[in-house]
Design a protein around this ligand. Structure first.
Ligand SMILES: [Zn+2]
Length: 280
């Protein structure tokens, strides 16, 4: 498996190259993967955070002509470099994604797509077909992109390598996330190219594993509500995330809220002024 090293473009398959952005951290793992699809006319997927050196490397080292910049979602580690790239490449290149009309510091409100994509919109060239799959859950405007010729899914943050995706309400939604995971079984995906970490083979197995992991966590939420009804999210977190180190608990609280809101959607739980309990 090709090493994840920033500053160097790596060929992963006949049609796919990767450039790792230098933004490693607790939420980004080794950093954001920028993918390049094609040989002559190119699509760049998730240009990355606002780091000029990353854009310089991309433009200096890339052979072929960038025609499209595709964004999986508008978290700040994924889309801001689209604006930098567009400034450098001008009207020759088209920025594509779903709009960002979401408030909050982690969202790139400056994202300004030339073309809005929806579910099953696609780009077709002589070399490849890339089809958008709308996968809300981690972010409401999240798109995965399926590369037909290589049965490869650019999963953005819908699935990550070796770590669980944070679902942070209100934009993050656990019910939608679970539906968006099941949706992937409709596509003949062999390999997943996540925005963080290495390629994942056995794609459908990975999706099954992720669904199972989430349902297990949901069972722990139900068990905690059963044994200690009427507790706050802060009190429930150590019970539900007893396998997660305490320094991660502030983040885990966001996913716990997402699980609780899903249980409310499912008619299984309710919230009385921040005190959570089962309804039956
Ligand atoms: Zn994200």
């Amino acid at each position: 498996m090709a090493a994840l090293v920033s500053g160097k473009i790596t060929q992963l398959s006949p049609l796919v190259r990767r450039l790792l952005a230098p933004n490693a951290g607790p939420f980004t793992g080794p950093g954001t993967n920028t993918y390049i699809v094609g040989k002559s006319e190119l699509a760049v997927i998730d240009p990355g955070p606002e780091i000029a050196a990353h854009v310089d490397t991309l433009l200096d080292e890339l052979t072929g002509r960038i025609r499209w910049i595709l964004v999986t979602h508008t978290h700040r580690d994924h889309s801001p470099a689209a604006t930098l790239l567009k400034e450098r490449l001008g009207s020759d290149v088209e920025v594509i994604g779903m709009p960002c009309d979401i408030e909050g510091a982690s969202f790139d409100q400056g994202f300004s797509p030339d073309r809005l994509f929806e579910h099953h919109h696609s780009i077709k060239t002589n070399e490849f077909t890339l089809t958008a799959i709308h996968t809300p859950g981690h972010a409401s405007n999240h798109l995965c992109y399926f590369l037909e010729e290589e049965a490869l899914l650019f999963s953005g943050d819908h699935l990550m390598d070796g770590t669980t995706v944070v679902i942070a309400p209100p934009d993050g939604d656990m019910s939608h996330y679970m539906q968006s995971l099941s949706l992937l079984f409709d596509y003949p995906i062999a390999t997943i190219a996540p925005a963080h970490g290495n390629l994942i083979t056995d794609a459908h197995e990975e999706v099954e594993k992720t669904i199972k992991h989430r349902l297990n966590r949901e069972s722990k939420v139900v068990a905690a509500l059963l044994s200690c009804p009427g507790q706050s999210i802060a009190d429930l977190t150590p019970l539900v995330y007893d396998d997660v180190p305490p320094f991660m608990h502030p983040i885990a609280q966001q996913s716990l809220r997402a699980h609780l809101l899903k249980l409310v959607d499912d008619g299984q739980a309710s919230d009385e002024q921040g005190q959570w309990m089962l309804t039956k």
